[in-house]
Ligand binder design. Structure first.
Ligand SMILES: [Zn+2]
Ligand SMILES: [Zn+2]
Length: 205
């Protein structure tokens, strides 16, 4: 198994039998996880470092704490070019051992806090770390606040100059539309590619 395919894991067998502490750390270039049954991958611009400690509490309960330092590889919401997003997170989560849990999962505890339930003492942290990162990551990013985006007709990157479809649109209009898109971008995870079309006046056919 290559470095890239290794999932972040922590071994809790000794902790489960004898109590005490356990720890794990490592580096990841990618993080494979599942969301709604679909395999997903987070990409890091440079190796992401994680360190995790787990302490036994009472009964089947444990406390997980740690850090993850990453530079997340995201896409500009307008032109799709890669954007590097530094993201350092602190982790602190209550855990419960339940041998009937096939896969580790997060559930809401009575206190309203998230509880990580696990059944395999060789705990795969992939989904937990991905979810923790995604909670802190911005929903959308721009490679530049003045990114002009892609032409809605031909897909040309307008940051590299106008195409035949934008040539007739005055620059001021582009700027206004851009401001408008930026405003709306705050409410949407991804800019609706057809939004800009609404402000164009096409000749009647
Ligand atoms: Zn862009
Ligand atoms: Zn075009």
């Amino acid at each position: 198994m290559s470095f890239h395919e290794q999932a972040p894991r922590i071994h809790l067998g000794t902790l489960l039998r004898f109590g005490g502490d356990a720890s794990a750390d490592g580096e990841l270039q990618t993080l494979h996880y599942e969301q709604g049954g679909q395999p997903e991958t987070l990409h890091f611009a440079e190796p992401a470092h994680y360190d995790i400690q787990v302490h036994a509490l009472q009964g089947n309960e444990f406390w997980l704490q740690g850090h993850m330092d990453t530079v997340l590889e995201m896409e500009c919401a307008r032109c799709l070019r890669p954007v590097q997003v530094p993201l350092d997170i602190s982790l602190g989560t209550l855990m419960r051992y339940d041998p009937s849990a096939d896969q580790p999962y997060l559930e809401e505890a009575d206190t309203g806090e998230e509880l990580l339930v696990f059944g395999d003492p060789d705990l795969d942290l992939s989904n937990y770390l991905a979810e923790s990162l995604l909670l802190e990551a911005p929903l959308s990013v721009l490679h530049d606040p003045h990114c002009l985006g892609l032409c809605q007709v031909c897909g040309h990157d307008l940051n590299e100059g106008p195409c035949e479809h934008s040539a007739s649109v005055p620059v001021e209009t582009l700027d206004e539309r851009n401001l408008q898109a930026e405003h709306e971008g705050k409410q949407h995870a991804r800019q609706n590619p057809f939004l800009a079309l609404q402000s164009l006046n096409f000749p009647d056919e």
